[in-house]
Design a protein around this ligand. Structure first.
Ligand SMILES: Cc1cc2nc3c(=O)[nH]c(=O)nc-3n(C[C@H](O)[C@H](O)[C@H](O)COP(=O)(O)OP(=O)(O)OC[C@H]3O[C@@H](n4cnc5c(N)ncnc54)[C@H](O)[C@@H]3O)c2cc1C
Ligand code: FES
Length: 1257
C-alpha cells in the first residue's frame, strides 16, 4: 500500500493485534474486515481490497462513518482511526442496520490508546445514525450529518466477478507461493511440497518462527467452503463457524445444542473480529497449539476428515488413498504444534455432533484481558449422567495452557466421585514452578476453578451478557453573552479530525520516500551486563541491499553525553548494561533488507557481574542513582509517639508500556550543504534534537526538526527519540543519503521502555477514627541502566505523596534504583500516579485496620471514603507538604459531587448486599480525590513561544513549540487565535511544529502544553491586533481581508512572535519547601467492580469522574483527555503487565503478549462531569491542564478490586490486611481470593531454589 501511496492503513504492530491496519476484503460477497499486516499480497488474487481512502475523502465526500467519528470527537491522535472506520464500514456493508452487539463485535479487534473511542462509534437505527453519547449538554449534535445510503457504496469490481482460473504460482527471491485451482490440485501440491506450510488465514503461519520458505493457499478450493449442518469445511472462517452455530442453536432444542453453545461462548472471546474473519477453525486441530481456545472442546467431540494422496515419497503409508476420518483426540496429537496428520494430507472438514440428552458440556478460558487475548488456561468439560439420574456415567476434561500439549485429566475423570474430585485434580494438574509461561500456581488453581464452575454450571446454568459502554458527559456552557463567533469554551471538533478519519492525516512514516532513501535497523544487546569482545558484521553486509554498518566509531561528534553527571552512550562502546541496548545499526536499501542484515550481525560478549534487575536486588546492592531526594513536613518521629495505632507495609506498582499506536521513528534528510539536515520526526520535544547536533558535531541552527503530528506519545517520545534521531542522522551523514528509521513494535517495546515500576515502603501512625498523624514513606523506583528522567520522576512522586490529605507529619525519601534493564523514562503522569497510589494504599489500609464502631454493620472495615474525608485538606488557605499554598475548595467540591453523582452511599450498601448473597462473585466500590500539580517543577521549562503570520489574503498561519499528539493542542491554539483576531477557525491553519519557526521550545508534557502555547499564541495575536488597531479604527466597516491588505500597504508587519514566561517554580530539597507547581488540577473518581473469585476475572461496572478543568477551552477535547487518561490508568492498574525473563530480556514485545484495555474493559457506565463554576486565574482563559491527572483514577478500580477480594477472603475466615500489588491482574485476584482450591495447590519449592519463567522487576 505504501507503493500505491495509500498511507491511511497504518502499521501498529504487524501481528494482527491492534487493528490499525484494518481494510475491507471482498470476494464478491460478503465483505469482511481483515488485518492488512497479515495478508500476503499474493493471497489477494481475485479479491477486492478497500482501504480508508476508498470510502470517502475531504476532497470529495466523507462517508457517514468518517463524518460521525470525526464530529463525535472520536479521533484524538488519529492513528487508529482509519482502522476503526474500516471495521465499522465493513459491518455496515454487510448489515446496514446492525445491533449494538454487532457493533461491539466489529470493534473487538481494534485497540486504541485514545479516549474511549468506542463510545462515540456510531450505530444505525432506522437508517439514521445515533451515537452512544448522551449528555445533558451535548458535546456534539447529530443535526445535518449524512444519512447512510448503501446505494452510494462502491460496487464489487465486475472484472473480479469471474473468479476461478487455474493454479497460480508467484515466485519471489525467497518465497514461492502457489494458489491451487481446486482440491485435487492442492493435494498434488501438498504431495510435491510436503514441507511447505499451508496458509489459509495466515494468522498462525504469519507468526515469526514459522517457516515461510514456501506456502500454498487453499482458498481457491471451493469444496472446502461448503457447510453441511455442523460439518465445517476446513476453510470456513471462525466468523462463518460462529454464524452457522448461532443458526443451529436457534433451530435446535437447548439440550441438543449445548456443545454449540459452549463453542459459541469461546468464539465470542477468541481474537478480534478481523482475525476471526480470516482465520479458519480447523488449524486448532491441525496445529495443536495448546493455548488455542477451541482445542479442548474440539477434542471432546470432533472428528476431522483428512484427505491425502499417496506419492512415491511415502511408499510405506498404511493408507490406500482417498479420505479417512480421524478423531481429534490425544492420539492425533504428536507434540507442541504437531499432529499425526501426514505431510501429504490436508484436513477437509470437521464434524461436531449434537449433544445428547443428559450430556452437559462447558468451555472455559481465562485470559489477561476478557476478550481479544490468548487464554492463559482453557478447558473443555463434558459430563454424561445416567438417564434420569444424577449418577455420573462418564466425565472427560481437557485443559489447554497446562503444558506443551493438551492435558487430559484421566485419573480424575475415572476416579471422580463427589468431593474428592478437586483434590485428585489438583494432583493431576500440578505444574513445576519452572514451567514455560510462568504463573504456575495460578494456572493450577484455575484448572480447579474451572472444574468447580463446570460443576456449578451443570447444577445451575450461568449466563452472561455483553454490555456496550454508555456514558454521560456534562460540562459548563459558555456564558450567553459570549459572541457566537467566539469558539473558546465550545466543544469544537479537533481540527484534523476529518483528515484523521479519512486517512489523509500524515504521520512521519507516511511521507513519501526521498530519492535514494535508505533504512536503518538497530542491533541490540542480548546480554544484560557484559563486555563487548567483538562485533562481526561481515555476514550482515553480504545481505543483498545492505549498505553499511554503524557503531560508536562512526559517530562524527560525541557518542557520549553527560546527563546530570550520568553518562549516556548512543551506541554502547565497550560494555552493555541491559538487554536491548543499542550497540550498532545496519543501513540498507529497504526495511526488510536492513532487518535481515541486522539479524546477521554477530556479537561476542564476556558476561560481567553483578547482574540484577529488581528493586529488591538493587536495594541489596545499594545501587542507586544520584540525587537521592527527601521531603519532610512536621516531626514524624515525635508524632509516632502520639498515635493510637501504627502500621507498616509496602505497595508495589508495576511499570507500563506506552503502546502509542505509532511506533517511534523519523526520516533524516541531509541537505548536502554545510552540514544541514532536516528531520521529520515523531518527538514531543523538538529541541532535544540538540543531541543530533552534538552527535554530528554540527550547530543546532543547521538541524531543522519538523513534527506534523504524533500517533500518540504519552511521554515516551521525549528522550528516547533523541537517540534514535542521532543514529538515523549519523547514518544519513555517513551515507549522504536520506535515512528512514521506523521501530518494529517489538523493538520499540524493548529499546524505549516505559513507566517506572515503584515500590513504596511505609510506616503510618493514626488515630482510631482514621485520622493520620504521621507517615514515613520510602519510594524506590526501578530506573533501569541509565538515568534518563528518573530523578525528576521520583521528585514528582514525592511532590504528590500527600495527594489531597493533610498529614501533619509526613516524610518521604525517594531513591532511583540502578539495575540492568533498559532505562525507564517519562510516561503520562511522570511519577505522579505512583506517588499518589502509595498514599491511597495507606489510606485504604488505615480504613481496613480501623474497623467500624459497634453500632455499624459488623465485620466490615471503616468505609475508606470516611477515612479519606477525615484526612482531606479543608482550610481555604492550605499548604502542601512542600509548603506551597493552595485552596482545596474545588477539590472538596469534586469529591462531594462525585459521591453524590455516583450515588455512592446507596451503591455501597448494594455492594454489601451483593456480597452477602453471592459466594463466588464479589463487588467492591472505591472513591478517591485528586490534587495534581500542573507545570514543570524545573521552572525554566515553564515557557512557551509562538509565531503568528497573517498573509495578504487574510489567512493566518500559527506556529508554536508544542506538538500535536491527539491532545488537541492545535485545536485549542486555533480557538485562542480565532477569539483574539476575530477570524473564523477555518481561516487559521497550523502546518507543523518546526524548530526553524519556533526554537528552544519546552517539551509538550507536564499537562502544561496548552498553558504555555496558548499564552504565547495569545501574546502574538494581541501584538498583531495592536498593530492593526489604527487601521481597524480608521475603517471600522471594512472586513478582515480589507484591513489586512490595507495594513500591508501601510507597511505594517503582519508577523509576530509571542512568548509566555511562565512561573518560576522550584523546590529547595534541603529545606523541603518550594512552589513546585503553577497550580493544581482537582478531581474525584468513583468506580465499582465485580470479581469472579474462581477465575480472577473482573468486570468494571461503573465509573463516575468529576474533574475540575477550570473554564474548559474545549469541553469535547477535555472530556476526551479525561476518558483517555482514565482508560490508560485502567490498563496501568488492572491489566498491563510487563514480563521479563530471569536474564533480563523483555518477554512482552507486542500486543499478543501485552494487553492494553479494549472495548470489553471500559465500564459500561463511564460518566464524566466537568466541575461547573470553577476558575483558574493562573492560566489561559481560566482553564486548567488536564493531560496527565486522570490516569491516576484507574486506581479506583484497583482499590475496588481489593475491597471485593477482601469480601471474598472474609468468607474464608480471613479478616486481616493482605498485600496486593498493581496491576490487579486475573492471576493476582485469583491468588488473593484464598479458598479451598488455592489451599489444594501449594508449591513447596522455595523462591531462589528454581528459575522462574518470569520475574517482577
Ligand atoms: C492477534 C491474534 C489473536 C489470536 N487470538 C486467539 C485466541 O484468543 N484464541 C485462539 O484460540 N486463537 C487465537 N489466535 C490464533 C488463531 O485462532 C489461529 O491462528 C487460527 O485459527 C489459524 O487459522 P489460519 O486460517 O490463519 O491458519 P494459518 O495460519 O493459515 O495456518 C495455520 C496452520 O494450520 C495448517 N492448516 C490450515 N488449514 C489446514 C488444513 N485444511 N489441513 C491441514 N493443515 C491445515 C497450516 O498448514 C498451518 O500450519 C489468534 C491469532 C492472532 C493473530
Ligand atoms: S498492524 Fe496489523 S493489526 Fe496491528
Amino acid at each position: 500500500m505504501s507503493a500505491a501511496r495509500l498511507t491511511g492503513t497504518k502499521y501498529g504492530c504487524g501481528s494482527g493485534g491492534c487493528g490499525a491496519c484494518t481494510v475491507m476484503l471482498s470476494r464478491y460477497d460478503p465483505h469482511c474486515s481483515a488485518n492488512a499486516c497479515l495478508l500476503p499480497v499474493v493471497s489477494l488474487h481475485g479479491a477486492a481490497v478497500v482501504t480508508v481512502e476508498g470510502i470517502g475523502s475531504t476532497k470529495t465526500k466523507l462517508h457517514p462513518v468518517q463524518e460521525r467519528i470525526a464530529k463525535a470527537h472520536g479521533s484524538q491522535c488519529g492513528f487508529c482511526t482509519p482502522g476503526m472506520v474500516m471495521s465499522m464500514y465493513t459491518l455496515l456493508r454487510n448489515q446496514p442496520q446492525p445491533s449494538l452487539e454487532d457493533i461491539r463485535e466489529a470493534l473487538t479487534g481494534s485497540t486504541s490508546r485514545s479516549r474511549s473511542k468506542f463510545q462515540v462509534i456510531i450505530i444505525s437505527s432506522c437508517s439514521q445514525y445515533s451515537t452512544f453519547l448522551h449528555s445533558t449538554s451535548e458535546l456534539f449534535h447529530m443535526n445535518g450529518v449524512l444519512p447512510l445510503d448503501p446505494s452510494q457504496d462502491l460496487i464489487f469490481p465486475p472484472e473480479l466477478m469471474k473468479g476461478g482460473g487455474g493454479r497460480l504460482c508467484f515466485q519471489g527471491n525467497r518465497v514461492k507461493w502457489f494458489s491451487p485451482a481446486d482440491l485435487s490440485d492442492l493435494l498434488e501440491l501438498r504431495a510435491a511440497h510436503p514441507n511447505a506450510p499451508l496458509v489459509v488465514g495466515n494468522t498462525n503461519v504469519g507468526d515469526p518462527g514459522f517457516c515461510r520458505e514456501r506456502v500454498t493457499d487453499p482458498t481457491g478450493t471451493g469444496a472446502l467452503w461448503a457447510i453441511a449442518g455442523v460439518t465445517f469445511g476446513s476453510a470456513c472462517s471462525l466468523s462463518e463457524v460462529k454464524e452457522e452455530l448461532q443458526g443451529a442453536v436457534g433451530r435446535l432444542d437447548p439440550e441438543e445444542s449445548r456443545v454449540f453453545q459452549a463453542l459459541l461462548n469461546t468464539l465470542r472471546c477468541l481474537a478480534g473480529k478481523q482475525i476471526r474473519n480470516m482465520a479458519v477453525s480447523l488449524p486448532s486441530g491441525a496445529v495443536c497449539l495448546h493455548r488455542l481456545s477451541l482445542h479442548p472442546l474440539y477434542w471432546q467431540f470432533s472428528v476431522a476428515v483428512a484427505s491425502y494422496k499417496l506419492t512415491h515419497k511415502l511408499p510405506f503409508s498404511p493408507f490406500a488413498g482417498g479420505t479417512r476420518e480421524v478423531p481429534l483426540n490425544e492420539k492425533f496429537f504428536a507434540g507442541f504444534g504437531r499432529t499425526h496428520l501426514r505431510a501429504d494430507e490436508v484436513l477437509l472438514s470437521l464434524h461436531i455432533p449434537r449433544s445428547q440428552p443428559w450430556e452437559f458440556v462447558s468451555a472455559f478460558r481465562q485470559a489477561q484481558r476478557r476478550e481479544f487475548a490468548f487464554s492463559i488456561v482453557n478447558a473443555g468439560m463434558k459430563v454424561v449422567f445416567k438417564e434420569g439420574t444424577d449418577t455420573v456415567q462418564s466425565l472427560s476434561i481437557f485443559y489447554g495452557g497446562m503444558g506443551p500439549t493438551l492435558l487430559r485429566v484421566k485419573r480424575t475423570c475415572e476416579g471422580l466421585v463427589g468431593m474428592y474430585a478437586c483434590r485428585l485434580l489438583a494432583e493431576e494438574v500440578a505444574l513445576p514452578p519452572t514451567a514455560h509461561g510462568g504463573k504456575t500456581e495460578f494456572r493450577s488453581i484455575l484448572s480447579l476453578s474451572f472444574f468447580f464452575k463446570f460443576y456449578m454450571q451443570v447444577v445451575q446454568e450461568l449466563r452472561e451478557k455483553n454490555e456496550v459502554p454508555q456514558g454521560h458527559q456534562t460540562f459548563q456552557m459558555v456564558s450567553e453573552i459570549q459572541s457566537s463567533k467566539d469558539p473558546v469554551g465550545r466543544p469544537r471538533v479537533h481540527i484534523a479530525a476529518f483528515q484523521q478519519a479519512t486517512g489523509e492525516a500524515k504521520y512521519y512514516d507516511d511521507l513519501p520516500a526521498v530519492s535514494g532513501e535508505l533504512f536503518v535497523f538497530m542491533v541490540t544487546s542480548t546480554r544484560a551486563h557484559a563486555k563487548i569482545i567483538s562485533m562481526d558484521f561481515s555476514e550482515a553486509l553480504r545481505v543483498p541491499g545492505a549498505v553499511t554498518f554503524l557503531s560508536a566509531r562512526d559517530v562524527p561528534g560525541q557518542n557520549r553525553r553527560l546527563w546530570f553527571n550520568n553518562t549516556e552512550e548512543l551506541f554502547a562502546e565497550e560494555e552493555v548494561c541491559c538487554v536491548g541496548q543499542i550497540i550498532g545499526a545496519v543501513v540498507a536499501e529497504s526495511r526488510e533488507q536492513a532487518k535481515r542484515a541486522a539479524e546477521r550481525v554477530r556479537v561476542t560478549y564476556d558476561d560481567l557481574s553483578p547482574v540484577f534487575f529488581t528493586i529488591e536486588e538493587a536495594i541489596q546492592h545499594q545501587s542507586f542513582f544520584n540525587p537521592k531526594r527527601k521531603l519532610e513536613r512536621g516531626n514524624v518521629d515525635e508524632a509516632f509517639g502520639k498515635v493510637d495505632r501504627i502500621l507498616e507495609g509496602e505497595m508495589y506498582m508495576g511499570g507500563q508500556e506506552h503502546f502509542y499506536m505509532e511506533t517511534q521513528g523519523l526520516i533524516a534528510v541531509p541537505r548536502g550543504e554545510d552540514g544541514e539536515m532536516d528531520l521529520y520526526v515523531a518527538t514531543q520535544h523538538t529541541p532535544d534534537l540538540e543531541v543530533v547536533g552534538h552527535t554530528l558535531g554540527v550547530d543546532s541552527n543547521k538541524i531543522t526538526c519538523h513534527v506534523k503530528r504524533l500517533g500518540g506519545g504519552f511521554g515516551g517520545k521525549v528522550m528516547k527519540i533523541a537517540s534514535l534521531s542521532a543514529i538515523a542522522a549519523t547514518a544519513a551523514y555517513k551515507t549522504g543519503r536520506a535515512v528512514r528509521c521506523v521501530l518494529d513494535r517489538g523493538d520499540d517495546m524493548l529499546i524505549t521502555s516505559g513507566r517506572h515500576p515503584f515500590l513504596g515502603k511505609y510506616k503510618v501512625g493514626f488515630m482510631n477514627d482514621g485520622t493520620i498523624l504521621a507517615a514515613d514513606i520510602t519510594y524506590y523506583s526501578n530506573g533501569g541502566s541509565t538515568l534518563d528522567e528518573s530523578s525528576f520522576i521520583m521528585e514528582k512522586a514525592l511532590l504528590h505523596m500527600d495527594n489531597g490529605y493533610k498529614i501533619p507529619n509526613l516524610r518521604g525519601h525517594g531513591l532511583v534504583c540502578k539495575t540492568h534493564l533498559p532505562s525507564y523514562t517519562a510516561f503520562r503522569g511522570f511519577g505522579g500516579p505512583q506517588g499518589l497510589t502509595i498514599i491511597e494504599s495507606i489510606l485504604h489500609e488505615v480504613a481496613a485496620e480501623c474497623g467500624l464502631p459497634a453500632e455499624e454493620v459488623s465485620n466490615v472495615d471503616l468505609p475508606a471514603h470516611q477515612v479519606r474525608a477525615v484526612n482531606m485538606y479543608s482550610e481555604e488557605e492550605s499548604y502542601t507538604h512542600h509548603r506551597q499554598p493552595f485552596c482545596p475548595r474545588d477539590m472538596v467540591r469534586c469529591w462531594d459531587e462525585c459521591l453524590e453523582k455516583s450515588d455512592y452511599s446507596s451503591r455501597r450498601l448494594a455492594v454489601q448486599h451483593f456480597n452477602a448473597t453471592n459466594r463466588w462473585r464479589k463487588r467492591g466500590i472505591c472513591a478517591v480525590p485528586l490534587k495534581f500539580g500542573i507545570g514543570f517543577s524545573k521552572g525554566f521549562y515553564n515557557q512557551g513561544a509562538a509565531l503568528v503570520n497573517i498573509y495578504k489574503d487574510g489567512s493566518v498561519l500559527v506556529s508554536h513549540g508544542g506538538t500535536e499528539m491527539g491532545q488537541g493542542i492545535n485545536t485549542k491554539a486555533v480557538q485562542i487565535a480565532s477569539r483574539i483576531l476575530g477570524v473564523p477557525m477555518s481561516s487559521i491553519h497550523i502546518k507543523e511544529t518546526c524548530t526553524g519557526n519556533v526554537p528552544n521550545a519546552a517539551p509538550s508534557a507536564a499537562s502544561f502544553g496548552t498553558d504555555a502555547v496558548g499564552m504565547a499564541v495569545k501574546d502574538a495575536c494581541e501584538k498583531l491586533m495592536k498593530r492593526l488597531e489604527p487601521v481597524m479604527k480608521a475603517y471600522p466597516k471594512w472586513t478582515w481581508s480589507q484591513w489586512i491588505v490595507e495594513a500591508y500597504c501601510q507597511k505594517i508587519s503582519l508577523s509576530a512572535t509571542g512568548f509566555f514566561m511562565g512561573p518560576h517554580t522550584s523546590v529547595d530539597w534541603e529545606k523541603s519547601e518550594g512552589a513546585a507547581y503553577y497550580y493544581f488540577t482537582f478531581g474525584a473518581c468513583c468506580s465499582e467492580v465485580e470479581i469472579d473469585c474462581l477465575t480472577g476475572d473482573h468486570k468494571n461496572i461503573r465509573t463516575d469522574i468529576v474533574m475540575d478543568v477550570g473554564k474548559s477551552l474545549n469541553p469535547a477535547l477535555d472530556v476526551g483527555q479525561v476518558e483517555g487518561g482514565f482508560v490508560q490508568g485502567l490498563g496501568l492498574y488492572t491489566i498491563e503487565e510487563l514480563q521479563f525473563s530471569p536474564d533480563g530480556a523483555l518477554r512482552t514485545r507486542g500486543p499478543n503478549q501485552y494487553k492494553i484495555p479494549a472495548l470489553c474493559d471500559i465500564p459500561p457506565q463511564l460518566n464524566v462531569h466537568l466541575l461547573a463554576d470553577s476558575q483558574n486565574p493562573n492560566a489561559i482563559y481560566s482553564s486548567k491542564g488536564i493531560g496527565e491527572p486522570p490516569v491516576f483514577f484507574g486506581c479506583t478500580l484497583f482499590f475496588a478490586i481489593k475491597e471485593a477480594i477482601a469480601a471474598a477472603r472474609r468468607e474464608s475466615g480471613l479478616n486481616g490486611r493482605f498485600a496486593l500489588s498493581s496491576p490487579a491482574t486475573v492471576e493476582k485476584i485469583r491468588m488473593a481470593c484464598v479458598d479451598r482450591f488455592t489451599e489444594m495447590v501449594c508449591f513447596t519449592s522455595k523462591p531462589g531454589s528454581f528459575t522462574p519463567w518470569a520475574i517482577n522487576v
